[in-house]
Design a protein around this ligand. Structure first.
Ligand code: HEM
Length: 448
């Protein structure tokens, strides 16, 4: 790295919010796409009252991920705490580390193995409901949202969403939309103000809280043994103090997993099915692999790892359409990266969407080519030119869970159905907190 006296990263001198040229409010993905090409690996721009440093050089991204004490979650994260409290996603510092150490074993392979049957059952229920729907368009984004919510409910708390689905998903939606609105506004009015949309958000949060606390209380009273993450969360003990999590901490972790664990996965799956509907030749390769690997065998975690092509399709889908399209940090202290000064208080944006589409790091980046993840090809790509699950110590704790879930859903759906895009459907992206298909993914289903 460069040792000359540090300088601020290059970037536009004007405030981006006031610029007509960079239409950041209406096309934030387009803005990042252009700006990572215009500036070489790093740029700094003013957006409203804050400075944002956008980083696209994989070596710099690695530096940021590996220096968790300097690059903290920060300002935008504090907004998420309204719903997630001190759960793993929003927690910081020593307390985060303690919780991460406690929870990491719950996501190990042996534990995940115990969830295969539940995921398979939820997927089969969805596929059965698809039969008879062949003559009308089915929105696979909404189907994936339902099935991933069902899966997270059953693996986390052994509860079925089905009937309550609308109530719970509406409540989540109200809180998430409200938080997003607040994130986008630079005038963040405090939550204690009795604004109508704050009151709506609080009512929705109360509904989610009481559902979770009721389940926890029920567990404490019951002698029944459940095979789910909540049981594991309630049982883990601090190795030094033998303390268990308080109900408030349990609530925060449960709601964090509930939220982090389904929407991202649903979006990744929706984009994967969109790509498969557009590329029947790739779908056929999945069909052949599923037939060979899974042929009549019982699903196991290890068997799923043999679905190499299917896995590469999912990875490639998350390269083009990473559900977490922007990962944010805030510099808690001044730092220097390769001669560039990062100032305390600067917001840092790492965009998998932008970096994973850069010609500099990927051949023909806009081409859907799952074979680029073959070991002999991917070994030439920098580890941090691909980071759909983040990186460093704060890497997504549910990454193996998500991969397993997506492998099962893609494999079973492909085994039983073919898909074609409905009508003249053209994909439009909606970069909210996660990247979603704006108008869903409407397909015609064809039973095999
Ligand atoms: C395709 C699906 C998923 C994607 C793309 C995804 C992406 C991410 C990313 C990018 C982060 C890092 C955020 C940051 O550094 O600021 C993260 C963290 C996290 N994810 Fe995921 N995630 C997915 C699925 C899941 C699932 C299934 C679960 C739980 C079952 C989960 C739970 C979490 C938690 C708890 C964290 C916080 C980890 C920490 O900071 O220690 N995620 N995820």
């Amino acid at each position: 790295m460069n040792t000359a006296s540090p300088k601020l990263p290059p970037g536009p001198k004007h405030n981006l919010l006031l610029s007509r040229e960079e239409n950041i409010r209406n096309d934030i993905l387009g803005y990042f796409h252009k700006s990572v090409r215009k500036y070489n690996g790093i740029s700094r721009a003013r957006l409203g009252p804050f400075y944002y440093v956008s980083v696209s050089n994989p070596a710099y991204i690695e530096h940021i991920f590996l220096n968790r004490d300097i690059y903290v979650k920060g300002r935008d994260n504090r907004n998420l705490k309204f719903l997630l409290g001190n759960g793993l996603l929003t927690n910081e510092g020593e307390f985060w580390l303690k919780q991460r150490r406690l929870m990491q074993p719950l996501f190990h392979k042996q534990r995940l193995q115990g969830f295969v049957t539940k995921i398979e059952a939820c997927t089969n229920a969805m596929l059965n409901s698809w039969r008879g729907k062949e003559n009308t368009a089915t929105d696979l984004h909404s189907e994936m949202t339902k099935v991933t919510l069902e899966i997270v409910s059953q693996t986390l708390m052994s509860t079925k969403v089905q009937g309550n689905f609308k109530l719970l998903s509406d409540a989540l939606h109200i809180v998430m939309e409200g938080m997003l609105k607040r994130t986008r506004s630079f005038l963040r009015l405090p939550y204690w103000l009795p604004l109508p949309h704050y009151l709506r958000m609080k009512r929705a949060r109360k509904m989610l809280d009481s559902t979770i606390y009721n389940i926890i209380e029920g567990r404490r009273k019951s002698s029944e043994k459940f095979n789910d993450l909540l049981t594991m969360l309630m049982e883990v003990e601090d190795a030094d103090t033998a303390e268990r999590m308080t109900d408030t901490q349990l609530r925060d972790e449960v709601i964090t997993i509930y939220l982090a664990g389904h929407e991202t996965t649903a979006n990744a799956l929706a984009f994967t099915f969109y790509l498969l509907a557009k590329h029947p030749e790739i779908k056929q390769r999945i069909d052949a692999e599923v037939q060979t690997v899974l042929n009549q065998k019982e699903f196991t975690y290890d068997l799923l790892q043999r679905l190499e092509f299917t896995t590469n399709v999912i990875k490639e889908s998350m390269r083009l359409f990473p559900p977490a399209w922007g990962v944010l940090r805030e510099a808690a202290a001044d730092d220097v990266i390769d001669g560039y000064l990062i100032k305390k208080g600067d917001s840092i944006v790492l965009s998998p969407y932008a970096v994973q589409r850069m010609e500099k790091y990927w051949d023909e980046p806009l081409k859907f080519d799952p074979d680029r993840f073959l070991p002999e090809r991917i070994k030439h790509v920098h580890k941090y030119a691909y980071f759909p699950f983040g990186g460093g110590q704060r890497l997504c704790i549910g990454n193996n869970f998500a991969m397993m879930e997506m492998q099962i859903i893609v494999a079973l759906a492909c085994k039983h159905f073919n898909f074609t895009l409905a009508g003249n459907f053209a994909l439009e992206l909606e970069p909210l907190i996660t990247l979603r298909p704006k108008h869903g993914v409407p397909v015609m289903l064809h039973t095999k």
